[in-house]
Design a protein around this ligand. Sequence first.
Ligand code: 2P0
Length: 334
Amino acid sequence: MYNKEQIIAEILSGKSTDVQQEKGAVYAPANIALCKYWGKRDSILNLPMTPSLSISLAQKGSHFAFEVVNEKTDRLHLNGQAVEEQHDFYHRLFSFINLFRSHAQPRLNIHITSTIPIAAGLASSASGFASVVKGLNELYRWQLNCSELSILARLGSGSACRSLWDGFVEWQYGSRDDGMDSLGVPLDYKWPQFRIGLLLASSNKKSISSREAMAITKQTSPFYTLWPQQVATDLMGIKSALAEKDFAAVGQASERNALAMHATMLTATPAIAYSNAQTTAWMHQVWHLREDNMAVYFTQDAGPNLKLLFLEESTEDILQLFPEVEIIAPFPSR
Ligand code: 2P0
């Protein structure tokens, strides 16, 4: 078993951790998994049981700005609001940053601005930790590449390793105990017509963190033994459908993968149910629309919100049917 410090030392070998840049600003997109990460083989290094595949959300993500300050404590602002030292998020962020610096180093004033609701199952920790490692890469001028940053981001939050790139990204789960082969790999499928529709059933903080939920599921769900095989099938199906631009096949496999993930959670002890009545109503609406031959599918993460999957040609219909939807074009035309 390795610890995070050993992995960081290996990636940073020969690089300085003296501050090189007084201030900077970076950005990382959020990502939505079409084939989900659910369960770890190593909970220290966030090494997953299976591979996964995501689409990055372009302008929806985390802006991270830092400034070196001559003060005794670090300061953090989230969406313009000061975050107190006692807060869980403050603790989680600076525990991560402290893995990279000694106490003698100057403190930081950090502003994180998220363009997605925090902790609403919309992958905010993914863009958050990806932006942090990009910020540290500037602060110390390490000049690490995206693959190295992906491994570092994973140490903060598993799904963050997919947020170093735009477009479709596969998290190759790897087989090494040190996780050096467990990182994001950008996939060469461009699909400018691909759309994601965010449907917020609640922007409250989730009842149970995905970290805790995946541990309980892995330990107690009788269906969890089926999960790795389901992922293998869905991942292969999604990748070949992306290569052929077969939207129905992408949608079908993605929706089934999300439902299978939630089936493992519903059969955990205690049961973990992220859906609320609104979530279920939207699912039925999507299934009815498909009976009427509309090409719309959904995926769902560790929260009640739903993400619709559709193509540009359905935009007008989607806006009429789901007036509250927020539509994202993951491949901006610029
Ligand atoms: C995913 N989720 O693939 C899955 C689907 C939620 C549902 O990755 O413990 O915050 O930090 O490694 O990455 C959310 O879990 O968990 C997640 P940690 P993370 O997007």
